[in-house]
Design a protein around this ligand. Structure first.
Ligand code: MEV
Length: 306
């Protein structure tokens, strides 16, 4: 039996503006992972993809995101459909802004190619998972697949060479899950419409988010994390202007700040999903306040290089 994993991701700064050419920062979220095991199956049974809690296996002809991923791997390797069972398990909640779709595709492609005796390059894998992301998200920037495939912090600018960044001093974040979400292609589409209706008003918001991402990178690389909380709050305010926050996200950000957090912002597509909180001093109180205020889960994570 072969097993492969892929981690979730967390966007620290720059979501949405990244679709429009601005830089964004994202890191792997190693607390959450998708796992795919591959086992040989009886001759003639073909490829079956078993999902948690779903009785009927997916097949290549199903044409959903995972079958498409498997087909891409087989085409690339130039091999016929194998007799194999791929079994998916995942601790990454669906549609929560943690890159679940990209992570399950990545784990599946890794397991399938390993089981067939091949190692695929990260470049190829990244290109395939990006194609699959388009099925979920319409016009993704590519940041989710990139951070998940490369498993490194990324300073991401669309259509540019991949850049990682150093984390001089590891820091801790709280990630509060709201328990509901809006599909990313909807929020990305709404931001695009907003921009098309009034580019003169919206472009400066994208530009300002880009400046924040660059300043955040500088802070993280220098190890002077003092500006980070303020930058998160500013980034959240700009995301509100782009209409991708909602009352719950705004309320929970405020709850975190009132309980002593240094910064809070939505992370990912917005209108639900999750928010990230920097709370160096009052972490336990902030965590408790977020849960009291309705977060369904508050995950504690380190942002570091490992
Ligand atoms: C989604 O995780 C991040 C967005 O910026 C969309 C994208 O970059 O494709 C909202």
């Amino acid at each position: 039996m072969v097993e492969a994993v892929a981690f979730g991701k967390l966007i620290l700064f720059g979501e949405h503006a990244v679709v429009h050419g601005q830089p964004a920062l994202a890191v792997p979220l190693k607390a959450l992972q998708a796992t795919v095991t591959a086992e040989p199956a009886p001759s003639g049974s073909g490829l079956q993809i078993l999902l948690p809690d779903v009785a009927t296996p997916l097949r290549l002809e199903t044409h959903d995101a995972l079958s498409v991923t498997a087909q891409m791997v087989l085409n690339h390797l130039g091999v016929p459909e194998p007799d194999m069972v791929l079994r998916l398990t995942s601790t990454i909640p669906l549609q929560s802004g943690f890159g679940s779709g990209a992570a399950v595709s990545t784990a599946l492609a890794r397991a399938l190619s390993l089981a067939l005796g091949h190692r695929i390059s990260r470049e190829d894998l990244n290109a395939w998972v990006y194609e699959v992301e388009k099925i979920h998200h319409g016009t993704p920037s590519g940041i989710d697949n990139t951070v998940i495939v490369y498993e490194r912090p990324v300073f991401f600018i669309r259509n540019q060479t991949l850049e990682s960044f150093d984390i001089a001093k590891p820091f801790e974040l709280l990630v509060a899950r709201l328990g509901y979400a809006t599909p990313t292609h909807i929020t990305v589409g709404d931001v695009r419409t907003l921009y098309e209706h009034d580019p003169a008003a919206i472009q400066p918001i994208f530009d300002q988010i880009g400046i924040i991402s660059r300043q955040a990178r500088q802070a993280i690389e220098s190890g002077d994390l003092t500006p980070l909380g303020h930058l998160m709050n500013e980034n959240h305010a700009l995301l509100r202007k782009l209409t991708v926050s909602d009352n719950t996200l705004d309320r929970l950000c405020q709850v975190a700040l009132d309980a002593g957090a240094e910064g809070a912002k939505l992370s990912g597509g917005g209108r639900g999903g999750n928010l990230i909180v920097l709370a160096n001093k009052n972490r336990a109180a902030v965590q408790e306040a977020l849960l009291q205020a309705g977060a369904v889960e508050v995950i504690h994570t380190w942002v570091d290089e490992s």
